[in-house]
Structure formats: structure tokens, C-alpha cells
Design a protein around this ligand. Structure first.
Ligand SMILES: Cc1cc2nc3c(=O)[nH]c(=O)nc-3n(C[C@H](O)[C@H](O)[C@H](O)COP(=O)(O)OP(=O)(O)OC[C@H]3O[C@@H](n4cnc5c(N)ncnc54)[C@H](O)[C@@H]3O)c2cc1C
Length: 432
């Protein structure tokens, strides 16, 4: 048992809590500690494909949008690595995804309040002392230790989604895009590969496979249920929906209205970046003039109903839903790009009764990112709040804004000023 009572205990050290830990470092009034079950910081390692880029400008680093003078800014990372000049001459805002990961690793290594290789396995609330008891297991020794905290912040992220009809098959042949780099060798040995889904991750995997196809000679297929390989809405005025202003606007609606609005915003986060589509088209075009036998097929309007093993291959049962025509497609490797979903962590089981839930089993979340609770302590939350705070909840830049709000609430003072008007357009009729 660690007898110190922390003001804040963080669970999960992805970018969202890492940003919070960095912003808290010089704030001596808040004693904080953060845990992650991974042995070191890693940001979606299976998708750190060379050539992929962050979908937000580098200014959405861990601290800049809260405090550009903070020592953990991306520019200071470059300075410490003596790479400012190459970056200056690069003249790009969208940094490589591998570089963002490296930058976060640098920050995580600098922060003393971030402990890795520590899995949170249980949580209790001690009513007499008004504190949480957080049970933490060391992933190597398996020893557990209890930590005391007045408040918690949950940043446990999301998990890959594989539809039931595609589960239970050998993991080396049928796998989620999140595992792509771990299984790239298997892809290179395959005779045929099929990518299912048409979100950004599926497109990035398809592009990488297309690049390598001439060297490895597999048949390459891409199937999507969508009516087209749709582009993400990326115009400057569209992305103003990833602003604090839009979060405030969205928050005021009833849950029923929020669910309707959210369902209509697919293309802000589900489509494919236009530069990725351009790369893919350019590669397809180049392949078409190469004179080599290159076998690539792209199929839209087609839902995958199930997958079953057949010899060394898999039969993929497809339905072209507009024509209502079923067909079977065979492939040796199948890569499932069906996205991610938030989840309620198991360790909160013992405190579930203190939390308010909606009729769909989702948290009820206050405007300042606190769970609605029956106890005086706070549980702030980063993950699984799209239903309450909207489409920008998983956006890296908005996470920094969220951390400003959390820190101001936690300290009871305005550590970071919060501005009402940050973008050109109005969402609310009253402010027009
Ligand atoms: C491939 C990919 C690319 C993306 N690119 C962008 C982008 O360019 N721009 C953008 O704005 N958004 C992007 N996103 C969306 C979002 O920014 C990321 O999902 C981001 O990683 C979310 O951060 P997080 O801190 O919530 O969660 P995560 O990064 O998922 O981290 C959660 C952490 O919690 C830990 N954890 C979970 N349970 C426990 C436990 N019980 N005990 C201890 N630790 C635990 C996990 O080990 C993990 O490290 C991307 C998402 C994906 C999947």
C-alpha cells in the first residue's frame, strides 16, 4: 500500500492522459500519478506505417493549445533532438505518425508521474475517508499495490471492433487493421489479400499493400459496404466542428437529439483523407501502365456477411446490397478494417452503483467531463464520451482543451483561460 493520497490518479497513458500529465507537471498543488499497462508509451503501434501522417496539425501536440510556452511542446522536442532545421525546411503541418509517437515517448520518459507496466485491475471507494483505492498490478512481477486517490481520470481508449461473423478464425490470417505491421510478413507471403472496410485505417493498409504488390505478387482486393470510397470532410470550415465552440453547442442538446446529430456526422471521422485516396489512385494508375500482370479489385456497395475457412483460403460471403446479389469471394488473408469502439473498463465494477448511466448503458457526463456521481469525489473521463460531447471527443487537439477544463475544475481556479469564441462560424442562433 502506498499511503500517500493523490489528488488525481489517471488510468491509461494514451495521448489524452499524457497531455494531462504534462500540463500538470509544474502545478505543484496537484499531486498526480498515471498508470499504463503497456511497458512503455506506444501509440497504435500496428498502424505506424511509414508515410502515414497525423490528421491534425502538429500544433495539436500534448500542450501547445493550452500553453505554447510549455517545455513539452512538439517544437521543443525537435529542438532537443536538434531537428528544428529539417522541420523548418520540411514546411509541413502534418507530421509523420511515427514522429508523433516518438515525440510522445520523449514526453512520457521525461514525466515522473507516468508509470508504465502497471495495469489497473480494481477500484474501490472508501466512504469513510472519501477516497478511491486503486489496485495496480505490475505486469512483470504480477505483484499488486494499492494507491489512494481523491479523484480519478479515465483515459483507457477504445478497442478494435471485429464483427461476430468474422471472429474465431486463425489470427495470423484474419486480423484487424490495428495488427497490420505485426502481420506484414504474413501478407508478403500470401497469394491473395482482401481488405474489408473503407475508413482511413483500411485505406492506409490498402495503400501500403498496393505499394508492395509488384514485389510480392499477391491478388489484392478491397471490399466496402459503402456506396463509394467516400472522402472525409476536411475543409477548413468543416473542421471547425472540432473546436471547443462546437463542443459547447453540441452539449446543450437532449441525448436523443445528440444521437441524431452524431449519426449524421459520419464523414467528419469515418471517411478517407483525400490525400490517401489520391495516393491510391496514383498507384492504381501507375500499375495500369506497368505492363505487368497486377491483380487489384475494388468492390463497393457490398456487405460481408461472414467468413469461413476452406483449405488454405477463406470464403468471404458477400452481398451487393443494391442489387441484392450474393457471391463468394476467396482470399488467403483477410484484413478487417471495421474500426474501434469505446468500452467501459472492467475495473470500475465495484463503483458502478455510484455512477449515473443512460438507458443505453453509457455514462452520464457533465459539461466539464466529470461522470455524474453520487459521491463528492470526481471521476473525469476522456474515453467513451462521443455521445455526450460529440464528434470531436477522439480528436487530439480537442483533448488538450478538455484537459484545460479538467485542470480548472480540479484546482477550482482558472489555471488556463477558456475562450468562448475560437472559430469564425457560429453554431448557436443566439450568438449570431
Ligand atoms: C490508427 C489511429 C490513428 C489515429 N490518428 C488520429 C489523428 O491523426 N488525429 C486525431 O485527432 N485522432 C486520431 N486518432 C484518434 C485518437 O486520437 C486516438 O485514438 C488516441 O490514441 C486516443 O487517445 P487515448 O489516450 O484516449 O487512448 P489510447 O491511445 O487508446 O490509450 C489508452 C491507454 O490506456 C491503457 N489502458 C487501458 N486499460 C488500462 C488499465 N486497466 N490499466 C492501465 N492502462 C490501461 C492502454 O494500454 C493504452 O495505452 C487515431 C486513432 C487510431 C486508431
Amino acid at each position: 500500500m502506498d499511503n500517500e493520497v493523490h489528488d488525481l490518479i489517471g488510468v491509461g497513458i494514451g495521448p489524452f492522459n499524457l497531455s494531462l500529465a504534462a500540463l500538470l507537471e509544474d502545478l505543484y498543488e496537484v499531486k498526480s500519478i498515471f498508470f499504463d499497462k503497456k511497458s512503455h508509451f506506444e501509440w497504435h503501434p500496428g498502424m505506424l506505417i511509414v508515410g502515414t501522417r497525423l490528421q491534425v496539425p502538429f500544433m495539436a501536440d500534448l500542450v501547445t493549445l493550452a500553453d505554447p510556452t510549455n517545455q513539452y511542446s512538439f517544437l521543443n522536442y525537435l529542438a532537443k533532438e536538434n531537428r528544428l532545421y529539417p522541420f523548418y525546411f520540411l514546411q509541413r503541418l502534418d507530421i509523420p505518425r511515427r514522429e508523433y509517437n516518438d515525440y510522445c515517448q520523449w514526453v512520457a520518459n521525461e514525466l515522473e508521474n507516468c508509470l508504465f507496466g502497471k495495469k489497473v485491475v480494481g477500484l474501490e471507494y472508501i466512504q469513510q475517508e472519501e477516497i478511491f483505492l486503486v489496485k495496480v498490478q505490475d505486469i512483470h512481477t504480477k505483484e499488486t499495490m494499492n494507491y489512494k486517490g481523491r479523484n480519478l481520470v479515465l483515459g483507457t481508449g477504445s478497442v478494435p471492433v471485429i464483427p461476430e461473423s468474422m471472429k474465431g478464425l486463425p489470427a495470423e490470417d484474419v486480423f484487424h487493421t490495428s495488427e497490420f505491421l505485426d502481420r506484414q510478413k504474413r501478407c508478403r507471403e500470401a497469394k491473395s489479400i482482401t481488405v474489408i472496410g473503407s475508413g482511413q485505417s483500411a485505406a492506409e493498409v490498402f495503400r501500403e499493400l498496393l505499394k508492395e504488390q509488384m514485389d510480392h505478387h499477391y491478388r489484392l482486393n478491397w471490399i466496402t459496404r459503402s456506396r463509394s470510397f467516400l472522402s472525409m470532410e476536411e475543409s477548413k470550415l468543416s473542421v471547425e466542428q472540432f473546436s471547443p465552440d462546437y463542443v459547447n453547442y453540441f452539449y446543450q442538446f437532449s441525448q436523443e437529439q445528440k444521437d441524431k446529430i452524431f449519426a449524421s456526422q459520419d464523414l467528419l471521422y469515418k471517411g478517407i483523407s483525400s490525400h490517401t485516396i489520391t495516393d491510391i489512385y496514383n498507384l492504381l494508375y501507375e500499375h495500369s501502365v506497368s505492363g505487368e500482370e497486377v491483380d487489384v479489385r475494388l468492390q463497393v456497395l457490398t456487405e460481408v456477411k461472414g467468413i469461413q475457412a476452406k483449405g488454405n483460403e477463406y470464403e468471404i460471403l458477400c452481398n451487393q446490397w443494391q442489387q441484392n446479389k450474393e457471391f463468394i469471394h476467396e482470399s488467403e488473408v483477410v484484413i478487417v478494417g471495421t474500426g474501434y469502439r469505446p468500452y467501459i473498463p472492467e475495473f470500475i465494477e465495484n463503483i458502478k452503483t455510484y455512477i449515473h448511466w443512460d438507458d443505453q448503458g453509457r455514462y452520464r457526463v457533465e459539461a466539464d467531463y466529470r461522470l455524474r456521481l453520487d459521491i463528492p469525489n470526481q471521476i473525469y473521463v476522456h474515453s467513451g464520451i462521443s455521445h455526450s460531447h460529440g464528434v470531436g471527443s477522439t480528436n487530439l487537439g480537442l483533448a488538450v482543451h478538455r484537459n484545460k477544463v479538467i485542470i480548472n475544475h480540479l484546482t477550482g481556479r482558472e489555471v488556463f483561460p477558456i475562450y468562448d469564441k475560437n472559430v469564425f462560424q457560429n453554431f448557436d442562433a443566439e450568438t449570431f
